[in-house]
Design a protein around this ligand. Structure first.
Ligand SMILES: CC(C)(COP(=O)(O)OP(=O)(O)OC[C@H]1O[C@@H](n2cnc3c(N)ncnc32)[C@H](O)[C@@H]1OP(=O)(O)O)[C@@H](O)C(=O)NCCC(=O)NCCS
Length: 383
């Protein structure tokens, strides 16, 4: 068989938009066969990052592959107080058209993207994938030397029409961007991995719906004094992903389908029970992404739960917002316990990483990948 030649080049919106959108629709990702509808802007997932690129693979005037990448500076580990910032490149949106797979196109796209990272002084490249996406895992780990780094949990909660009640002794307040930035920098900046140095760009982005704090009434509240916080408090921010893309699943696990069917049957027989209705995952839906969840103090779990209910009630008024998604690090056991989610839909994510600078950074990479995981900041721009 003679392999046709293909070339890798930068995406040009004017000529490539329709073909890239079509490619995205034809590529089902992972065991859930999820498909993304980018609603006219294939670059929507990277557009909000400080630096980004989209590359395409072209064969006989047809686009047969695409990849995206973004660059930012984050906190990685804290053994050396002044050396814990690193420039990282995130690899996402790798797609090769089904008829052209296993011809080296995916590999060439990854290689060119890594070259772009290197030319921009990136220390580490990383990517996230479903644990069962064997093609992707083989490509990155076996072929490109990425290693397993972290396994955060993706927590998913369906949005239903019945609003949740929130305890009357809990105060929930929206805070200004400046306050949110100072709380995030003060409480998460040094302690979480992948905390972005440009957090203010996330908080001021139009997709960020706001930051809310919760504390118990009677507790001292958030004073104007620098750093003054209540004894128990929690905070989170919300990003409206549905504004830029919609998701559709091709397959749901059998257990999930059976559960959905039995719920709708129960709802028909006992409407007064007001059981939650499950979204139709087979038609395009939007979602809210909760990011920057932080809790402190003896009863803060209750506050996290109240904040999540508050977000749910907000989502239930937003058209097309069918689920609420949060991603938390594997060590954030308390958060996993307190953030409401349905185990049936929630799943582990796999983050893999690779050092791009060969000199001087090797020891640091060894140290990084052997450091036990800590709290993780999942950037909503990378969802
Ligand atoms: C993953 C994907 C991009 C691979 O593209 P590709 O052009 O077929 O990849 P390549 O031909 O460069 O293959 C490189 C390596 O990937 C691995 N690989 C590719 N397809 C595979 C498959 N179906 N099963 C297992 N491993 C596979 C192999 O290790 C392969 O190396 P080899 O050819 O020496 O065995 C493609 O299958 C795809 O678009 N899948 C759907 C979208 C997706 O899952 N993207 C990844 C999201 S993180």
């Amino acid at each position: 068989m003679v392999l046709k030649e293909f070339k890798i080049r930068s995406y040009e919106c004017q000529f490539d938009r329709a073909q890239v959108e079509d490619l995205e629709r034809r590529c089902k990702v992972g065991p859930s066969e999820s498909v993304l509808d980018t609603m006219g802007d294939p670059m929507c997932r990277i557009r909000n990052c400080p630096m980004y690129i989209m590359l395409v693979a072209e064969m006989d005037n047809e686009l047969v592959g695409v990849i995206q990448g973004s660059i930012k500076t984050v906190t990685l580990h804290n053994h050396h107080p002044n050396k814990d910032m690193a420039k990282v490149g995130y690899v996402l949106g790798l797609r090769v058209s089904p008829h052209n797979r296993k011809k080296g196109i995916g590999s060439s796209l990854v290689q060119k993207l890594e070259e772009w990272f290197t030319s921009n002084d990136v220390d580490y490249a990383y990517m996230a994938t479903e644990k069962e996406n064997h093609a992707s895992i083989n490509l990155f780990m076996n072929k490109f030397g990425y290693i397993k780094f972290r396994t955060p949990s993706i927590l998913i909660n369906p949005v239903n029409h019945h609003p949740f009640g929130i305890s009357s002794n809990i105060e929930i307040a929206r805070i200004k961007v400046e306050k949110a930035e100072s709380l995030y920098r003060g409480f998460m900046g040094a302690s979480t991995e992948f905390f972005p140095s440009d957090i203010e760009n996330i908080l001021t982005n139009n997709l960020s719906l706001g930051t809310w704090v919760a504390y118990f009434k009677g507790d001292s509240g958030f004073g104007n004094l620098e750093g003054k916080v209540p004894n128990s408090w929690a905070m989170l921010s919300v990003w409206n992903c549905g504004e830029i893309f919609k998701l559709r699943l091709g397959k749901t696990p059998l257990s999930c389908m059976l559960f959905t069917k039995s719920l709708s049957l129960m709802n028909r027989i006992f409407p007064c029970l007001k059981l939650p209705t499950l979204p139709n995952f087979f038609s395009p839906f939007g979602f809210y992404f909760i990011y920057g969840v932080y809790q402190e103090g003896p009863f803060s779990g209750k506050l996290v739960r109240a904040l999540c209910k508050f977000v749910h009630n907000m989502a239930s008024k937003t058209e097309h917002c069918k689920i609420i998604v949060t991603e938390v690090g594997e060590t954030d056991h308390e958060l996993i316990h307190h953030v409401p989610h349905w185990k049936l839909f929630s799943c582990p994510d796999l983050w893999c990483i690779k050092a791009l600078k060969k000199n001087g950074r090797t020891n640091r990479f060894h140290e990084l990948t052997n450091t036990p995981p800590r709290g993780l900041f999942v950037d909503p721009r990378e969802v």
